[in-house]
Design a protein around this ligand. Sequence first.
Ligand SMILES: Nc1nc2c(ncn2[C@@H]2O[C@H](COP(=O)(O)OP(=O)(O)OP(=O)(O)O)[C@@H](O)[C@H]2O)c(=O)[nH]1
Ligand SMILES: [Mg+2]
Length: 337
Amino acid sequence: MAATDSLIQKIGKAVKEVAKSRSSEWWYTPHMAAASHAVAERIPLVDLVLEVRDARIPLSSEYLQLRKFLSSSRRIILLNKMDLANRSQTKEWMRFFEEHRCMAFAVNSHNRDNIKEFLTFLQARVRELKKKDDHSHAITLMLVGIPNVGKSALANSLHQVGRIAAAEKGRLKHSVVSPQPGETKSIGSLKIASHPNIYVLDTPGVLHPNVADDEVCSKLALTGAIKDTLVGEIELARYFLSILSLSDEYRKWEKLSLTNEGISGLDKKQYPTDHTQDFMVNNVRQTLYNAISSFTGCIENTENLARLVDEEFEFLLKIFHLPLKSEAFNNYCRFCT
Ligand SMILES: Nc1nc2c(ncn2[C@@H]2O[C@H](COP(=O)(O)OP(=O)(O)OP(=O)(O)O)[C@@H](O)[C@H]2O)c(=O)[nH]1
Ligand SMILES: [Mg+2]
């Protein structure tokens, strides 16, 4: 998409700069190298590998190290965070993987019914495996993937809906889930079914040692596989706003019930305070909807798109009560010129 090219290049360049400097927070951290080795050692030992990808970027979030290991019959691709992806595009991706003879399943780790359905699918797969290989031992599945795609959330959800005794659920520890990439540092095991016993291994997220191309870097940064601070939060926000402005997604927000005055214009008594965040989200959406739909220039043109994004930025700074000329924003403007 030509209008976003310069942002993609900037983000790609920022990631490459960090990778070159090899600071403690670079693209491929020492703990990733160790984890990559540990995961590779276990691949031949486990019964199935569940490769978790981000449903919004199913190709860019591939765990590339798997390519050299597996026949597709021992791998299931999971498109996690399906709730954040476009539904019809996810269906197309599922068809794509089917055509490429890859087993794939779209999931939302936060949705209990969806996870139950997935567990049933897994148990059926395990029964097939047992028929073929006559396993008498417990079955082990391993979750692998790049950082922040939801491996630990999925491991916990499978354990929580797991077909195991209540006492086993209480005793076992859970994986730590975090919005920051790189949270899981070691391999952990959770039981998810009995008769036969099925265990799932949660593993640390690992990127490929070679830095990806600019567009992949940008997508990984935007969806949270790379720390925002590594890339530059303002570039990322601009990249997100550009994609949003060029897509039709914002049109869904037309009918939001907030007034143009936003939260400050609401009768706060009507709304319980613990829902403030929902109203903030609605307020942001409505503001962006108004900014994009009232913009008159052709946004396929790079300069016009940049102008629209500037306007959106100003509106957002107002909503969040941030100073219009913050130091970071000034530095960014200097960087752009
Ligand atoms: N909306 C949504 N968020 C999800 C889903 N699955 C996980 N998340 C969120 O994504 C973030 C990352 O989840 P984790 O489970 O910690 O990801 P991870 O792959 O284990 O990350 P690392 O341990 O860093 O490799 C958390 O904020 C989760 O709550 C999902 O299906 N939908
Ligand atoms: Mg994790």
